[in-house]
Every structure is written in C-alpha cells, then in structure tokens.
Design a protein around this ligand. Structure first.
Ligand SMILES: [Ca+2]
Length: 320
C-alpha cells in the first residue's frame, strides 16, 4: 500500500537530496511540500524545491509558508550551502510556480484529507507550530512526525548547545515538541563521521552516472568544503537525507529510546538546546514545573544510531 508523506523544508542542498529520495521512492506518495524560512530565504527555498521536483519528473504541489521564525530574527545558512543554497551551481529557474494556498492552510487540509500521514520536517518548525496553533487536535491526524533536528546529549552544529533547525526557531520547536505529536527525532550528529558521504561514496554516486546522481554531488559541493572547515570531516554531511532514510525505512534507525524533550528558549547560550530527559526526571513531582510543557504528553522517540550502509543504500537506490 502507498504511504503518504508531507515534507516541510527550508530547501537547501541536503533538503534537495532528501526530497529526491522521497519523490523517487516506490510506495511513497508525497502529498505536498511546504516551504519555511530557514537555511534559505523563503523565495530561494521555494525555487530550490520546485527545481528539485522538476528534476525528479514530479508535479508535487509546493506551498509557501512562514517567512520568518515566530519571534527571532531570520538567520540563513548561505555560508554552509552557497549563496543559492545549491552549491552556487546557477541552476535555471523552475518551470512551475508554487501553489496559491498558504502552506499552513494546505498542510492543515492535508491532515483532514489524509489522516495518519507521515510528516517529515527538514527545517525550522515554524510552519508546524503555526498549524498547531490553529488546530491542536492536529496531533491525532499525524501518523508519524520525523524531525530532522536537535543534538541529543551532544554538541550542536550552530552553537555548542544547539542544532540549526531548532536553534533558528526555538519557540516553534518548543510548541511542536510539547504538542504530543508522535515525534521521531533524528539529530544532526547522526550525519557525521562514517555517515558522511566519503570520497569513496562520492565516487560511487558519480559512477551511477544519472542526472540525479551528479546533481546530488554538485549541489553539495559547497557543503563538502564547509563541512571540512566546521567538523574536520572529509565528505558530504547530509542531515536531511538521513532523516528521510528513517522516514522511508524505520529499520534504518537501529538504536532508539523514548524520552521527554524540552527546548531551551530562555538564554542565548543554550538557545535551541534539545534537553533529553534520559533519566525520566520529568516524572518526579519535584521537577514538575520545569517539565510542565511535556510531562503529560507522549515521549519522543530519539534515534541514537543509524544503519549507515542502509541509509546510503536508500540514497543510491533513489539515484538510478
Ligand atoms: Ca533543511
């Protein structure tokens, strides 16, 4: 049976690869794509998503969403993805334009039309927080919510405390993580080290020799350089595609456990930190005030380890 996905994205180069994996996956129907301000400004993210869909031969509807975080100033990531978010490849303008409906309205409607759909979030959670504000009962109409975001019990990629998607709009993340949505959290650290596309993996992708294979490497050229500067890793870091791999095949997440998660919003040093309650202190009444947002909601599923060859194979399969 076909599984239905909705993808929320701030489309830069790793989002593009994740979109491609979903659009090319047999058995998956992507009902809609919503764009949020994040790695890229809204217009560039929209353009990148439409271009990627076109490359995949897909006419998936693309909806434009929120153009800034709930309370914070915009903070894009051209330094990591290139000025166009696509490795400065100067891709042509897409042939299609986005749908006229706002992303928040479109996603809300999609959850009524297709209750139980899988939501995959690849950017800051602003759009999703706005939808929840409109209709908190939404949580019962989302079957899975796979979130690329956070840095459970480790350092982040934008500050020592936080990963970009959560840091960018921590208030939105707090609303989503406190909503009771069935969240599966795929942190950024899962795309580091061995999970990077190594030089051998990159050569393998090139050898597949399809337009999508070359696109995957070309649009991430800037990421490869920035990744080396940031982490010392030689290779292409692909956080969104690793999250998409978990969405496509839950068996890729080989180590998981369920915990309450709080998002730090109070100060700049810890802004956007994903505080994971591994020792279940939230159950203790002494901590009830600090954990009041989440202690009565279902816990999140935290992914701690990936089947790395498995995630890479899902990528390779999408490129043929
Ligand atoms: Ca993203």
């Amino acid at each position: 049976m076909e599984r239905l996905f909705w993808i929320d994205t701030d489309t830069a180069s790793d989002d593009a690869v994740a979109l491609m994996m979903a659009l090319r996956s047999p058995g998956i129907h992507v009902v809609g794509v919503s764009i949020v301000s994040g790695n890229m400004p809204l217009t560039q993210g929209t353009r990148n998503a439409l271009y990627t869909a076109e490359l995949c031969g897909s006419d998936v509807p693309v909806y434009v969403g929120e153009d800034r975080p709930l309370l914070r100033a915009r903070a894009h990531a051209q330094w990591f993805h290139g000025e166009d978010g696509m490795g400065n490849q100067n891709y042509p303008a897409p042939k299609r334009t986005p749908e006229p409906t706002h992303a928040v309205d479109a996603f809300l409607q999609a959850t009524h039309d297709h209750p139980g759909l899988t939501l995959v979030t690849l950017g800051p959670l602003t759009n999703i927080a706005k939808v929840l504000e409109r209709d908190p009962a939404l949580v019962d109409r989302v079957g899975r919510c796979v979130v690329m975001g956070g840095n459970p019990c480790c350092e982040g990629n934008v500050t020592p405390a936080a990963e970009y998607n959560i840091w960018c709009d921590p208030e939105a993340a707090k609303a989503v993580f406190g909503s009771g949505m069935p969240i599966e959290m795929v942190g950024w650290q899962l795309s580091t080290g061995e999970a990077n596309l190594s030089e051998t993996d990159i050569a393998h992708v090139r050898s597949i020799d399809t337009p999508l294979a070359h696109f995957t490497i070309d649009c991430n050229a800037h990421v490869m350089a920035a990744n080396k500067t940031q982490t010392g890793d030689v290779g292409i870091s692909l956080p969104d595609p690793t999250a998409m791999a978990v969405a496509l095949d839950p068996a890729v997440a080989v180590e998981c456990s369920e915990h309450h998660v709080q998002i730090a919003c109070a100060d700049e040093l810890t802004r956007g930190m994903t505080v994971v309650d591994r020792l279940n202190v939230s159950a203790d009444d002494r901590n009830k005030d600090t954990w009041s947002d989440t202690r009565n909601t279902p816990p999140c599923r935290i992914v701690w380890a990936l089947d790395i060859p498995g995630w890479k194979q899902l990528l390779y399969d999408a490129l043929r």
